[in-house]
Design a protein around this ligand. Structure first.
Ligand code: NAD
Length: 324
């Protein structure tokens, strides 16, 4: 039976699968240097939190697989793993539904003024109902920025609720949006100018870092709403604050911010029309179950010598370790 070490336990579905087919060590530690002796006994590592670099990998000649319960592999030295013949298992697509639903939840919370109404009602202000801050979403336009897995699902959920969908994604053919009955745009500014609600679903890349600055926020419709379930660094928070204070935007919601954990001293929290959740969009029971299962399945498959498809470094299968 192979030995699999985990930096921290996975959700129960994945743990059950692992325990059936492997000896399991839970390190409860994200510092791989500190748990090196245990890691040296392991055939596989599931890294929830923490980093693994070339130095550690080279000290663990038994290590045959490294797994990430997600898609981000910035915590793994990918070049070293590939050169050492170690597949890096990922769990793609397992959280798309949860994130899309969260974007919808934030949008309704914001556009129905739920957050302010909850606290005002609890404080005895029944009259908050007469603020008429809420709108209906039906027949309003939604801009999906980043039309990938999560963007597709979010668009479908909003379309089912009567919104008109516009998209901006220079890497997805226009025909794809048209096939879904949506309106694709070839520039971000055109898309922003057409939308009442804009929902961000791009990865953080050099091109998307700071993608929503003063200029882009000015291109949005006056009175529009911005929803960010992508990455905090995509939005310039000072520019966002300015556009909320000036009334350019009617509101903004974020599951992600530049500082995480979120900084309670952020000026954005002084705005009644800004709401935030703690990077929890993907953290549903269903998503955790799917992610933990796929991560465990991939880890065990690689340990059986199978060429598991969901790896971040598929070229690893050309390594002499895999050609034997
Ligand atoms: P995906 O790769 O399926 O889709 C991303 C899309 O963005 C792709 O279609 C890509 O072409 C597009 N894109 C890339 N650069 C762009 C640009 N400059 N302008 C417009 N579009 C661009 O990824 P996904 O699964 O849909 O996830 C999207 C992002 O959501 C992730 O990269 C991650 O940052 C974020 N995310 C957040 C949470 C959360 O908990 N809030 C959870 C999962 C993912």
């Amino acid at each position: 039976m192979p030995t699999v070490m985990l930096s921290h336990a996975l959700y129960e579905d994945g743990m059950r699968l692992l325990r059936e087919q492997a000896k399991v060590i839970i390190a409860d530690n994200s510092d791989m240097d500190a748990v090196l002796t245990q890691l040296q006994k392991a055939d596989g590592l599931i890294l929830r939190v923490g980093k693994i670099d070339r130095g550690i990998m080279e000290k663990c000649p038994n290590l045959k697989v490294i797994s990430r319960p997600g898609v981000g592999v910035d915590t793994v030295d990918m070049q070293a793993a590939t050169e050492l013949g170690i597949p890096v298992v990922i769990a793609p697509g397992t959280n798309a539904r949860s994130v899309a639903e969260h974007a919808v939840a934030l949008t309704y919370t914001l556009t129905k003024n739920i957050s302010e109404s909850l606290s005002e009602t609890a404080g005895g202000n029944f009259g908050i109902r007469n603020k008429y801050a809420a709108i209906e979403l039906e027949n309003h336009t939604l801009g999906i920025i980043g039309f990938g897995n999560i963007g597709h699902l979010t668009a479908a959920l909003f379309a089912a609720n009567g919104m008109k969908i516009h998209t901006y994604d220079p890497y997805v053919p226009m025909e794809e949006a048209e096939r879904c009955g949506y309106v694709p745009h070839d520039t971000l500014e055109d898309c922003l100018g057409a939308c009442d609600v804009v929902s961000l679903h791009v990865p953080l890349t050099p091109q998307t870092r700071g993608m929503f600055g003063k200029e882009q926020l000015s291109s949005m419709k006056t009175g529009a709403f911005l929803i960010n379930c992508a990455r905090g660094e995509v939005v310039d928070e000072q520019a966002l604050y300015d556009s909320l204070i000036s009334g350019k935007l009617a509101g903004a919601a974020a599951d992600v911010m530049q500082a995480e954990p979120m900084d309670p001293a952020s000026l954005l929290f002084t705005c009644k029309n800004f709401i935030a959740t703690p990077h929890m969009a993907a953290l549903t029971r269903e998503s955790a179950a799917r992610t933990s299962r796929l991560t465990a399945e991939g880890t065990l498959a690689v340990l059986r010598g199978e060429h598991w498809e969901h790896v971040a470094n598929p070229q690893v299968y050309n390594h002499p370790r895999w050609l034997k």
